[in-house]
Design a binder for this molecule. Structure first.
Ligand code: GLN
Length: 456
């Protein structure tokens, strides 16, 4: 813990943490020492980690990367963080993120952008984005200023930053981890997951985070297996599906293609078989996601009204409505406002059937594609995590659709509620990490992690 707290100061320029918690870290580490002395060590005893600042932490400010929650100190602790502390983990601080987890580069944070510790070999001075929305978590693990970190993934926010920062990140099956105490973005998609250096660390951390929680009616009453033991089983005999729709017609970079092929070879060398499969509705996933997620966000974010949480902007003589408008106008950033507008529109009377309902139908077709593949005997599916490696902060991508295209390979998994793991597999020509994604059956994180091991 002390070594990490010192390294956090040395690397403060990465802006990976919004709120470092050195006092809480030292108290927790001391309590951990005491448990170790009594022979009562938990599975994550003494392991210092970062918590994405979307998880409520009792008595420690939780901002969701937004000005509207800039001074919010929750009076309760999320279930996932409680589970981690019960396993012995130590909180180093609250990690930076895109505002309300909406973004793919961590540039929408009200607390400033995060820097990726990796740089291009041909442009070593150029600062790169860490990906998003769990950009602070990914940067912290990559820079060794956290041994692991929690993330949340609604459409790729664990997997894409893991790929950009050269670490391992898992979005578990929807329902595997409790959402209680996590600031809600899109409730039918949001899922917490571990981000760490290796598949083994991710397996250990998932074991500590997961489990049924009566406080979240969508958390599954399913036993948590010993993920760390499962990964020792190897991949001999596993059938790995390669979906042809993930090779876009307009083509993607030959480098990414080569890394994907390399991943297939690694799995075959380890004894798995690769088979070509088709997931025909893949091309509609991004459009469906960017209706469903903003629709749910517009509803979830209605609670930030200046009455109950965080920021309140009101002047003498203002009506209640004036207060709502001023608070929300000042408290939310541009991307969050865009999502609220899109979502409100998509849910409006007269447009609901054309947009929201249609998107939910497309979502069902995407889930069915995956089910058909798994029913045909495929155990796990291999794809690239992202269409490119980390891009420059100086690119200042302002076109939202260009930014949304980062999520093209991660959102289908989210819409289907399936587990998805990103493992760093190779470096691009510019020396940047690139991850591959493994997608599994519902609640079959075991197989996904086993296959992930073969890609290390
Ligand atoms: N980049 C996607 C979005 O902006 C995914 C975000 C997430 O998974 N939280 O919605």
């Amino acid at each position: 813990t002390e070594a990490h707290l010192a390294a956090m100061e040395t690397h403060a320029d990465l802006n990976a943490y919004i709120t470092p918690t050195p006092e809480r870290a030292r108290e927790m580490a001391a309590a951990s020492d005491a448990r170790i002395a009594k022979g009562e060590a938990g599975a994550m005893e003494g392991i210092p980690i970062a918590m994405k600042d979307l998880f409520c932490t009792d008595g420690t400010r939780t901002t969701a990367g937004s000005n509207i929650l800039g001074t919010f100190v929750p009076p309760y602790e999320s279930t996932v963080s409680t589970n981690l502390w019960n396993a012995g983990a130590v909180l180093l601080g609250k990690a930076n993120l895109d505002e309300f987890a909406m973004g793919s580069s961590n540039e929408t944070s009200a607390f400033g952008n995060v820097v990726n510790p990796w740089t291009r070999t041909d442009q070593p001075e150029r600062k790169l984005v860490p990906g998003g929305s769990s950009g602070g978590s990914a940067s912290a693990v990559a820079a060794r200023i956290a041994m692991g970190a929690t993330g949340t993934d609604t459409g790729g926010s664990i997997r894409q930053p893991a790929s950009f920062c050269g670490i391992t990140g898992l979005k578990p099956t929807y329902g595997r981890c409790s959402r209680w105490g996590i600031v809600a973005f899109a409730s039918s998609l949001d899922q917490a997951g571990p981000m760490a250096r290796t598949v083994e660390d991710v397996a250990l951390m998932l074991g500590a985070m997961a489990g049924h929680d009566p406080k979240d009616s969508t958390s599954a009453p399913i036993a948590v297996p010993d993920f760390a033991a499962a990964i020792e089983q190897g991949v001999a005999g596993l059938k790995v599906g390669i979906p042809k729709e993930y090779r876009p017609e307009e083509g993607f970079s030959p480098e990414i293609d080569a890394i994907w092929t390399r991943g297939m070879e690694m799995l075959r060398d380890a004894g798995a078989e690769t088979v070509d499969i088709s997931l025909p509705h893949t091309k509609y996933a991004l459009a469906a996601y960017y209706i469903v997620a903003p629709a749910e966000a517009s509803s979830n974010l209605a609670r930030y009204d200046g009455v109950r949480y965080g920021l309140r902007v009101v002047e003498d003589g203002d009506s209640l409505n004036d207060m709502y408008c001023k608070t929300r106008g000042a408290g939310f950033g541009a991307e969050v406002k865009r999502r609220i507008l899109i979502g409100t529109y998509a849910l409006s009377a007269g447009y609901y059937d054309a947009y929201y309902l249609k998107a939910q139908k497309v979502r069902a077709l995407i889930a069915r594609d995956f089910k058909t593949a798994f029913d045909s005997g495929v155990d796990v599916i291999l794809t690239p995590t992202t269409p490119s490696a980390a891009f420059g902060l100086d690119e200042e991508i302002t076109d939202p659709v260009t930014m949304y295209l980062n999520d093209v390979f991660t959102v289908p998994t989210s819409l289907a509620g399936l587990p998805g793991l990103s493992v760093p597999v190779a470096l691009t020509e510019a020396g940047l990490p690139q991850g591959l994604q493994l997608i599994g059956r519902p609640f079959d994180e075991d197989t996904v992690l086993r296959a992930g091991r073969a890609l290390e």
